[in-house]
Design a protein around this ligand. Sequence first.
Ligand code: G3P
Ligand code: MG
Length: 242
Amino acid sequence: MTKQASVFAHRGVSGDYPENTMEAFEAALRSGVAGIELDVQLTKDGELAVIHDEQIDRTTDGIGYIKEFSYDQLKRFDAGSWFSSKFEGSSIPTLKNVFDWAVMPGNDLTINIELKNDQLPYEGMEEKVLDLIEQYKLEERIIISSFNPESLKKVRSLQKTIEIGYLIIGIPENAVETAKKIGANAIHCQPEFALSSFGQEAIEKGFPLRVYTVNDPHEQNPLLEAGVEVIMSDFPERFMNN
Ligand code: G3P
Ligand code: MG
């Protein structure tokens, strides 16, 4: 029998709730998934804001770069109405807000923190994330990922045991080599990589594959047969209990 993969809610249950909000994460917890994936950017005053884009334009009622706002300014923007008027008043959480929620009784979700430092450098982001993880003693429940291999190398140099996922797009030929150089534990990839010979080689060489973003349930069986460890989905419930 093919092994069941774990399911992570991508940006929370972002198919049904505004992405990267506490509402989307709470829905993930209710759904019974194993984990959530979220994205972090750095504000002007050095807060870790949980939001996907470098700018707030797409997912709030404001415009501008995260790095140009203090978190106090940022939290006033509405991060729910763009998705549905039902979520009016929702705000951009900080990573600390997420951790306060994650340590509440009954919550043992794995948290995949994607450092969004592949577009903007965000000096000091790695230290801030690691300090917060240490403060909350969440080391065993965290996976840090990024499309920026240099940043992941830095994370590994600062923290020897934390789980690191090297994020790739498409089918790069040197993914395993780079993952090794970084000191990563896993590769976070798209379905086409998992289904390719490179993906199979990665698994054979000891790098579990966590696949993003899978929303069509028809894609599930081939991925399970390919041996992926985690499926990340905006609609995680489509991939559970079957
Ligand atoms: O971490 C997996 C996935 O979230 C990477 O792409 O653009 O959805 O953050 P993106
Ligand atoms: Mg992401």
